[in-house]
Write a protein that binds this ligand. Sequence first.
Ligand SMILES: [Zn+2]
Length: 262
Amino acid sequence: MSGTHPTREEDFDLYALGALDGDEKAAFETHLETCADCKVQLADSYGRMALLAFSAPGVAPSPQAKERLMRQLALTSPGRGATAVELTPEPGGILARWWEVLLPLAGAFALASVLLWVHNQTLERQVADLRSTIVRQQAQLSQARDVAEMMSARDAVVVSLAEQKNQPEGTARVIYNSRRGLLVYNGHLAPTTADQSYQLWLVPTTGAPISAGVFNPASGETNSIVARVPPGTAAKAFAVTLEPAGGKSAPTGPMILVGPVL
Ligand SMILES: [Zn+2]
């Protein structure tokens, strides 16, 4: 057999993996000593096995070699184990086995580290997003709590606003807590033209009306305003006027809704 090339292509891969055993291995080595072609082919196999250990894409042992290796491993009994994978040092043999095990592990470890880092970056971004959402929601919750507390407070007054003669139809209600300087308006009014806005006013017992909000209701929708005025402001009435778009610092237009504080 020393004069003939190995008939099976996979012998080169198996030998490079250190998985060729017994007579096959001896015959292979005897032949190698005299055959330059097979030495080149074996060097090729070592190279491919090394690349395989690096998990380089597109490089794999021949399917036959894989199959035979699997078969050998499956057939290996405790008594024959030592012959299935020889531990005798041979050129490149041990190196190939070490790489086979350690390099993919190192590669997987590096990949896992990178993936963890990317995952961590993503998580940090999500946490930051969540934090700003929580801050926003806490502000909203705090305002909602203020409003709820104000509406249930004993010192809150409810003022009904009635439509005026020869003016558009509408209705509204204001809940006002002078101690807290907080008011909530809910009303129904027809939409304004583009160059006009409604404006809500607190009319104090003394002094000029205080603007409590400018609004342009959409058709058929309830308009809600939560406004803050100086705490302790005694109110005489609430009114809605029709003003130039964007509102004014003092009422100039017709009164649409008015409600006295009783
Ligand atoms: Zn040969």
